[in-house]
Ligand binder design. Structure first.
Ligand code: FE2
Length: 437
């Protein structure tokens, strides 16, 4: 049997922190044709990529980003307070100057950053509180144009509310008619609690009408009275939408009392709602009304994960009015998550890796693992296992999409020059050998 590409000697994620067997992965067309013990596949006629013991995984998923706002930092001015409200005000100003080409140019640049760093599926919210829907039309066009690089799914996101924004319901319907993949929402931002509940009901009614899934921003606040997620879970169960509803941020959960959280987590599990934590943004945006002690402002990642609720990790912002930093690296986002959620236990690091791979793929209905006969979508990282991936945040040596090499980064090599003339390589890994050396 002949193959197009053979990747030699890699460890497949999830490794389960076991001494993972080294395997060769053979690709024919857009499919993984074979996975066999290292050194046993005939690579005659194939492009051979030397894995050299590196970690090989399904591509990363960015389940939550705002591509219409990326790379607008400083326009028209910087968010000097760093707060959510100044971010929203700054975006309201910048939004006035959006053009079709402006949105496409910035979003494409950010997509290239993400693809180069191993992301194969991006779910982007798009602000539809704009009568002309400029950003949405631009991103719908871009979705086609980048299909060779990444699967882009678009979420109709009512940044300024649905009931609280003129013609909000009509704009949401129009966004879905134009081709959005998913229904977004922001119930905690409506003017009243009752309006927030009405918004949730509208989202599910729209899901019934259109057949689309839901991916809403929910309870992104430190206000422990913000409790729209229970309405989302209840409607999910009543409408039989288990597995098709995603709730982002849910930071208020970090402020709920334990008795209420216990109840909420039970119904979330029954409803099969996926929770997206966005630790890069939320660690800087939340806790802003606190003096000390200051809350971390993140949802209950560890507790949700332990209960078997599907938890994923998003990048959220890349250099925009809310978050001036970021480089489109899902490993950066995950590194922040394990710090804020205190998931640095050995097994927790391995669980966390699934939050940008298998868990996130499950929420999107795409392949959750590499297997023979599955899609040849994969990344090879410059590290040995998932814990090292989070620690080093290494370059992606190769990124394959549908069997085609879509990105590569040469291995970096640092050296230190000693005073005696020796040059010492630095690998950022533990020296081999234990205490006895
Ligand atoms: Fe967001």
């Amino acid at each position: 049997m002949s193959f197009d590409v053979v990747i030699r000697s890699v460890r497949l994620a999830p490794t389960g922190d076991a001494a993972a067997q080294l395997v060769d992965v053979a690709v024919t067309g857009p499919t993984i044709a074979a996975i066999r013990p290292a050194g046993t596949l005939d690579s005659a006629g194939a492009v051979e990529l030397p894995g050299d013991g590196r970690l090989c995984s399904i591509p990363f998923v960015d389940p939550h980003v705002h591509l219409d706002a990326v790379l607008t930092v400083g326009e028209p001015h910087h968010n000097e307070s760093g707060t959510l409200i100044e971010g929203i005000q700054t975006w309201a100003e910048r939004k006035q100057t959006l053009t079709h080409e402006d949105v496409k140019r910035r979003a494409l640049e950010a997509i290239l950053w993400e693809v180069a760093q191993g992301t194969g599926l991006i779910r982007s919210h798009v602000d539809v509180c704009d009568p002309s829907l400029v950003a949405l039309r631009a991103l719908l066009e871009l979705r086609q144009e980048v299909a060779d690089l990444v699967e882009l799914r678009l979420i109709a996101f009512p940044q300024d509310g649905i009931l609280s924004f003129p013609d909000g319901e009509a704009l949401m319907r129009e966004a879905m008619r134009l081709g959005c993949d998913l229904i977004g929402g922001i119930p905690h931002y409506e003017w009243t609690r009752e309006d927030g509940i009405a918004e949730v009901q509208f989202l599910f009614d729209l899901a019934r009408e259109t057949g689309a899934g839901i991916d809403l921003h929910c309870d992104e606040t430190d206000d422990e009275q913000s409790r729209f997620l229970e309405h989302v879970a209840a409607r999910t169960m009543r409408d039989g939408m288990q597995g098709r509803v995603v709730a982002g941020h849910t930071t208020a959960m970090g402020s709920y009392n334990d008795a209420y959280s216990f109840k909420l987590l039970q119904i979330l599990r029954r409803a099969g709602v996926t929770i997206v934590a966005n630790p890069l943004d939320n660690i800087v945006l939340q806790g802003r009304f606190d003096s000390y002690p200051k809350r971390r402002g993140m949802t209950r990642v560890k507790e949700l994960d332990r209960l078997g609720i599907n938890v994923v990790c998003g990048h959220d912002s890349i250099m925009d009015p809310w978050y001036p930093l970021g480089r489109g690296s899902m490993l950066d986002a995950l590194s922040m998550l394990v710090h804020v959620a205190q998931m640095t236990g050995r097994s927790e690091l391995f669980s966390a890796f699934a939050m940008i791979t298998g868990n996130a793929a499950r929420a999107s209905g795409t392949a959750t693992e590499l297997r023979e006969g599955g899609p040849a979508d994969l990344v090879v990282l410059d590290c040995e296992d998932e814990a090292e991936a989070i620690r080093l945040r290494p370059p992606c040596r190769w990124v394959l999409r549908q069997g085609r090499l879509v990105a590569e980064t040469p291995s970096g090599a640092s050296v230190v020059h000693r005073g005696d003339g020796r040059t010492v390589p630095v690998t950022f890994t533990k020296p081999r050998g234990g205490p006895t050396g």
